[in-house]
Design a protein around this ligand. Structure first.
Ligand code: PHE
Length: 346
């Protein structure tokens, strides 16, 4: 029995020696030291020995199991440390390495100009019309008919307006003014909205004209709205947008949907009114179309022009951005040349 004991002991020691994983050690522990393990079998047989042998073999058995337990946990610790070191090595961070360069984008100048204009009007009490009241694909009904544009008006011509093949009367809107009609069909006065968005015109492209561009429409309808209100709001807008009081000029003009109508000029930003290339020598720059909402338009959407009046305006975002940032070619906005766009990083 003693021999058997020593035999198992040397087998177990050899096994521990060979173990290379934590799993190996667990298997060894199970094989030799568990309740069903080989030593327990021996211990069971002790009861058949003489008291003297029982004492000797028993204490040797205890000695051996203790040694094996120590050897196994020793090796466990070694494995654990090795594992930990491997992990630490793998997850090592060199905090002195320079960070990765991630190029930063910038907001497109037309977007930031639009945002700026929108926020000026919001501060003056206007709110942005719901998107669904300002679609880019329109019917002639909203783009022309309800805006009092005669059936034979040249703006309707294929030359100016992009007609689609969706249906005979479906166009890419040539102005944001259709938003006025949508809003007035959906809202009762008082109405005080702006509607920014893209418009399309069949133009020959050059440094001042593109076949799509952006406008911001404004509409204020309530009781007792006068041309004085129109002047006050637009002069205040110009003062805030250009950062100083600037001479303006309200020139009599014509739009089918406003009466009276005006085109509004601001004194040339480049030459201060002396006359230069930007203002074609006139000293003035046209930046806005506006006027009092035509009674026909109000009637069309079921608003009584004897009770209510209003003003409307429309401005070109490209124009305003070009003046503010001294940009001399509208195409720069759409070429997406990073060297141009990068200059507008905040
Ligand atoms: N829709 C006009 C244009 O595109 C501008 C405008 C808007 C004029 C509102 C008067 C009132 O030229």
């Amino acid at each position: 029995m003693k021999e058997q004991l020593e035999k198992i002991y040397s087998n177990a020691t050899a096994d521990i020696e060979k173990a290379v994983t934590v799993k190996d050690l667990e298997d060894i522990k199970f094989k030799y030291l568990s309740r069903k393990g080989e030593f327990n079998e021996i211990k069971k047989g002790l009861k058949n020995l003489s008291p003297e042998d029982k004492r000797v073999v028993g204490s040797r058995a205890n000695e051996i199991t203790q040694q094996l337990e120590t050897a196994i946990s020793e090796k466990f610790r070694v494995f654990y440390e090795q594992e930990l070191n491997k992990k630490l090595e793998k997850e090592r961070l060199d905090i002195t390495l320079p960070g990765q360069y991630i190029p930063r984008g910038s907001v497109h100048p037309l977007t930031s100009t639009t945002n700026e204009i929108v926020s000026i009007f919001q501060n003056l009490g206007f709110s942005v019309a719901p998107n669904e009241n300002s679609p880019e694909v329109e019917t002639e009904y909203f783009n022309f008919d309800m805006l009092n544009v005669p059936k034979d008006h040249p703006a309707r011509d294929m030359q100016d307006t992009f007609y689609t093949n969706v249906a005979k009367n479906v166009v890419l809107r040539s102005q944001t003014s259709g938003a006025q009609v949508h809003v007035m069909e959906n809202q009762k006065p008082p109405i005080r909205i702006i509607a920014p968005g893209r418009v399309y015109r069949n133009e020959n492209i050059n440094s001042r004209k593109n076949n799509f561009f952006h406008q911001i429409e404004g509409l204020y309808v309530d009781k007792n709205i006068t041309f004085g209100d129109l002047k006050g709001v637009l002069n205040e807008f110009i003062r805030i947008y250009f950062g100083a009081v600037r001479p303006t000029r309200f020139r009599s003009s014509f739009f089918p949907f406003t009466e009276p109508s005006a085109e509004i000029d601001v004194q040339c930003i480049m030459c201060g009114g002396k006359g230069c290339r930007t203002c074609s020598g006139t000293g003035w720059l046209e930046i806005l179309g506006a006027g009092m909402v035509d009674p026909n338009v109000l009637r069309g959407v079921g608003i009584d022009p004897d009770v209510y009046s209003g003003f409307a305006f429309g401005m070109g975002v490209e124009r305003l951005a070009m003046l503010k940032y001294a940009i001399d070619d509208i195409r720069l906005f759409f070429n997406n040349d990073v060297r141009f766009l990068e200059q507008f990083k905040k």
